[in-house]
Design a protein around this ligand. Structure first.
Ligand SMILES: [Zn+2]
Length: 291
């Protein structure tokens, strides 16, 4: 299994938790690593990919209000705290994660969500362990992993609390896991759960996000909340709601472009399949926690 991590999601979490103690960069690093270590107790992933955000001009061009509030928040941030956070981010990306066997990915012009979605979408078929060509051994008919096909698809678990990523889930292949307050992890979303809770397929989920808006500066269609948006996508909305969606269809289409993952033009990323080194993780957590 591949654990695919949204780096900034965890870094912000650590940053806010540590603000009161001065938020030194080393503590942010230790805190982020320790969250991932706890996550690895819950799911058994052998490989890890960590995705980082880069500024996405393409989305701001589609809609200038996109993430505009983030810019304001950043400008108002205490510069000292911001420097500590940015230093921790760089350290994690360039040194710490690679030392722990995690592949780090930053793609100019694309967000972490695009990278994670691209990995989930293009997750390649791998040769099964039952195939040993050197020994002339073909796929085993009774193999529980590949069922005789010789290839299997590695599962991807996306670590992020971001509901945008729900559109990427695929039964038995891609799911999400979320961190709760208190540092515990719980099942995030799966294709089956999305169907049970909202009656929708992952492919339709972006329509809910676009209609309801409410995050990343996307206003959504006026007066449409998540519940109404779900009913509309299901085809169960009132005439009044249907009429309103019709009136605002141009904005809706624009918002849909913003929330659909991965963004058009996002490249494919090759997963390196290096093993996660939990020993190195524990050592670094200890080292960084003690300053
Ligand atoms: Zn097999």
């Amino acid at each position: 299994m591949i654990l695919a991590v949204d780096a900034h999601n965890l870094i912000w979490r650590a940053f806010h938790a540590l603000k009161s103690v001065g938020c030194r960069r080393k503590l942010i690093v230790a805190n982020v690593l320790s969250m991932i270590d706890t996550c690895l107790d819950v799911i058994d992933a052998e490989h890890g990919v960590v995705a980082f955000d880069s500024v996405c001009h393409a989305r701001a061009e589609i809609f200038p209000g996109y993430k505009a509030a983030n810019e304001t928040r950043r400008a108002e941030e205490d510069p000292k705290l911001r420097d500590e956070r940015l230093a921790a981010t760089e350290r994690l990306k360039d040194v710490i994660f690679p030392a722990c066997g995690f592949q780090t990915i930053l793609a100019k012009g694309f967000e972490a969500d695009d990278i994670l979605a691209s990995i989930a979408k293009h997750n390649p078929d791998l040769e099964c362990h039952c195939v040993i060509p050197e020994m002339g051994m073909k796929p085993a008919k009774r193999c529980e992993i590949c069922h005789g096909s010789g290839v299997y698809r590695d599962r991807v678990t996306i670590l992020s609390s971001d509901e945008d990523l729900w559109q990427c889930v695929r039964e038995g292949e891609v799911s999400t896991i979320k961190i709760k307050d208190g540092g515990k992890f719980s099942q995030g979303m799966t294709e089956k759960l999305l169907e049970q809770e909202y009656g929708l397929t992952p492919r339709l989920w972006p329509m809910v996000l676009a209609a309801a808006g409410g995050h990343d500066g996307i206003p959504g269609v006026p007066g449409i909340g998540k519940k109404t948006a779900v009913a509309w996508v299901q085809g169960n909305a009132s005439d009044r709601v249907n009429a309103k969606m019709m009136d605002h269809r141009m904005e809706f289409r624009k918002y849909l472009k913003l929330v659909k993952l991965p963004l058009e033009g996002t490249p494919k990323f090759n997963v390196h399949y290096t093993p996660i080194n939990r020993g190195a993780m524990l050592e670094l957590i200890r080292k960084y926690r003690n300053g």
